[in-house]
Write a protein that binds this ligand. Sequence first.
Ligand SMILES: NC(=O)c1ccc[n+]([C@@H]2O[C@H](COP(=O)([O-])OP(=O)(O)OC[C@H]3O[C@@H](n4cnc5c(N)ncnc54)[C@H](O)[C@@H]3O)[C@@H](O)[C@H]2O)c1
Length: 287
Amino acid sequence: MRIAVIGTGYVGLVAGVCFADSGHTVVCVDVDEEKILRLRQGESPIYEPGLEELLHKNLAAERLAFATDLPAAVKASEVVFIAVGTPQGADGNADLRAAMNVANQIADAAERPLIIVNKSTVPVGTAARMQAEVAARTQVGIDVVSNPEFLKEGAAIDDFLRPDRIVIGAGSERARAVMSELYAPFVRTEGPIYFMDPRSAELTKYAANAMLAARISFMNEVAMLCERVGADVDSVRKAMGSDERACSRRRPPRTSGKGACAESASASGASPSSRRPTTCGRRRRWP
Ligand SMILES: NC(=O)c1ccc[n+]([C@@H]2O[C@H](COP(=O)([O-])OP(=O)(O)OC[C@H]3O[C@@H](n4cnc5c(N)ncnc54)[C@H](O)[C@@H]3O)[C@@H](O)[C@H]2O)c1
């Protein structure tokens, strides 16, 4: 398949290199000309174990290219990923200007049906907004898919090649089929693709971030308590973590009723908004 990835930061570069390594023809696009020049020479702007090796291998095989010309990349592709930054603004909301701008540029350049896959972390409803804006700009059939990213910096290549999960929010059969084909090389029996609608996919990313933030905050409180009472936090942590209800892969938690998780979630007043989760006043980056 011919793929364009717009934005060669952590997420875009890792995705582009890994899709190329699985046999697709990939062009990665960025507005940062210096970054593109370095990448063309096989120099990665970030350090990730295994990244530079895959970069060299796929550049040499001519499956991977780097460019600044977005319209040309779109015209040559069937699937276009958006992986630009969506930083948190002063009001706490995600700044969607770059992502929406890229979606509009894709629509203006499209000459035949294609799929826009949004990998940037965006609030619920963004795919629907993109779909409407794109449809208003072009007669070409474009499906907007939500495909949030869960990689961890420092283990990004491994996370992409062997993901815990792949979440795909797609509204059409055509988009589902294309996404299944794209991710087929990375799917293992215990790391399945979760297909859903775009809103659910967008919410999954925020909910997963919020759950991790809550767990870290909670464990920090437990560690402080351990210190105060003279208990060993590692022993407590290991024994707590062995409870299947806390982190079960086999038994999904109840979505309503009297489960402890449901009660604490509703007590926290958690609501699906575009605000990023924070951890008890500590500064931490939530992708
Ligand atoms: N870094 C992570 O660990 C991580 C993990 C999961 C999700 N995410 C999410 O993925 C998205 C991308 O994150 P990142 O860390 O890769 O960002 P980044 O800031 O490292 O990279 C973004 C890239 O997009 C480029 N860009 C900006 N506007 C552009 C445009 N109009 N056309 C082409 N390129 C453009 C920038 O020059 C930059 O190279 C964000 O929404 C982030 O929240 C990040």
